[in-house]
Ligand binder design. Structure first.
Ligand SMILES: O=P(O)(O)OC[C@H](O)CO
Length: 422
């Protein structure tokens, strides 16, 4: 009997992309009726863009992985089958309250019903090299940015060429920074209150933070690390070239696998500016959306796959293989029962959960719900690249990016005027 074949277009690459393929292979090995293939589209951005273009051409995959920044665009599109509908129609009884509310709410409509399936959830962490820190007499990670600066200076004096690796990633530099410092990104509760939101990041602590980062770059305390110039931040940290960085907990597994066994390193919550009362960090990562226009059999296959990945054993595999956090309560319980968080190689991953729950969620630390956010991130990345290269002043660069981003928001508002989330 021929298997029913479906595709999941994923946005992860490298080691994490291989991990998704392994999940898909495990599903294929677990039964004989369905076969899923999970080709990468090269980036999170491309996965969303390719899937939307394919949808228009009626060549869409059955499932697409959509990162946080693409969530509202998908929600407002007519392109998907809501998660509950898919599972009900295919005979699965899902306890939707089993998903952690902080994660599920991100992908739910105003009534709390999930549109997509939480899959790879994360938050950002600070990675630090214990061996290098020992050389400057430090045994703990910096808690404030002022400490980061002082430690970086000491590392530099001790002969380390790259105290801290950074890039232009707005998720850490802008979004996580703003949330944990209690600063808004946009009006209307970061967009949750309506499509008429406007960016306000040219009026918040973010401006001073970017000045701080630029000064650190000019002093050689921070170094830009990008794939196109050799190593990205994760590779630069794992190889021991750079002694600090900040990236997703998702990369914890990759660093563990690629760093030399003798290299001692750890993770901590992102630093804050001195005198800040820390708020919770934002949930990152992506969820899986089932697209319209497929056959009954393809939906049966999708439902079977999505049921498979939510099983505690699948969550254990996924969180072990990557650094992503479990998305269900039973998955988390299963990990704890297996002694996961006590194993030395996984130690530190619980800090992502601590960071996500560091405070009561406030309107600015709940998340970001802005249309066209993929484009807005690009505007900001371009601005940061110009600012860090000294082509434009911090204020001018951010102001111009805010102006361009607000134009994106206004176009989006016009397109979806009057449309309600179901
Ligand atoms: O690196 P990830 O998968 O944890 O995702 C981080 C951000 O949420 C991407 O938008």
């Amino acid at each position: 009997q021929q298997r029913i074949k479906i595709e999941l277009w994923q946005g992860l690459t490298g080691d994490l992309g291989s991990a998704v393929e392994e999940v898909c292979q495990r599903f294929n090995d677990s039964q004989k009726e369905f076969e899923i293939s999970c080709p990468t589209q090269g980036s999170y951005d491309s996965a969303v863009q390719n899937a939307i273009a394919a949808f228009r051409a009626k060549k869409q995959p059955t499932i697409v992985q959509v990162f946080d920044a693409g969530t509202l665009d998908l929600m407002l599109s007519e392109a998907f089958v809501p998660a509950r509908k898919l599972m009900e129609e295919n005979g699965y009884k899902i306890d939707w309250t089993n998903y952690f509310p902080g994660i599920a709410n991100y992908y739910a409509n105003s009534k709390g019903e999930l549109y997509s399936f939480p899959f790879n959830s994360s938050s950002a962490l600070f990675y630090w090299n214990k061996d290098a820190f020992a050389k400057i007499g430090k045994t703990e990670a910096p808690k404030t940015w002022q400490e980061v600066e002082a430690f970086a200076r000491a590392l530099k004096s001790a002969g380390y060429e790259c105290p801290m690796a950074i890039n232009y990633d707005t998720w850490t530099l802008l979004e996580q920074f703003s949330a944990i410092h209690g600063e808004p990104i946009a009006t209307k509760d970061n967009g949750y209150g309506g499509l008429d939101a406007e960016l306000v990041i040219n009026k918040t602590k973010f401006v001073d933070y970017i000045k701080f980062m630029k000064k650190g770059l000019d002093e050689g305390l921070f170094k830009i690390k990008l794939p196109e110039t050799g190593a990205n931040i994760v590779q630069a940290f794992a190889s021991g070239e750079c002694q600090m960085t900040m990236t997703s907990v998702a990369d914890h597994g990759t660093v563990g696998k690629t760093a030399k066994p003798e290299m001692k390193w750890s993770v901590a919550m992102l630093p804050v500016m001195e005198g800040t009362k820390r708020l919770n960090s934002l949930v990152g990562g992506a969820s899986l959306w089932v697209l319209n226009g497929k056959s009954k059999d393809e939906y049966r296959a999708a439902a079977a796959f999505l049921n498979f990945i939510a099983k505690p054993e699948s969550e254990l595999f996924w969180s072990t293989r990557t650094g992503y956090i479990p998305v269900t309560k039973t998955g988390f319980q299963h990990l704890k029962e297996q002694g996961f968080y006590d194993k030395p190689q996984y130690k530190g991953r619980e800090i992502a959960l601590e960071s996500l729950t560091a405070s009561e969620v406030t309107p600015v630390s709940r998340g970001i719900r802005l249309g066209g956010f993929i484009q807005i991130r690009k505007e900001m990345r371009d601005a940061l690249s110009d600012i860090f290269a000294g082509k434009v002043s911090v204020e001018d660069g951010i102001n111009a990016a805010v102006e361009r981003s607000n134009a994106v928001l206004r176009r989006f508002e016009k397109t979806y005027a009057g449309k309600q989330l179901l």
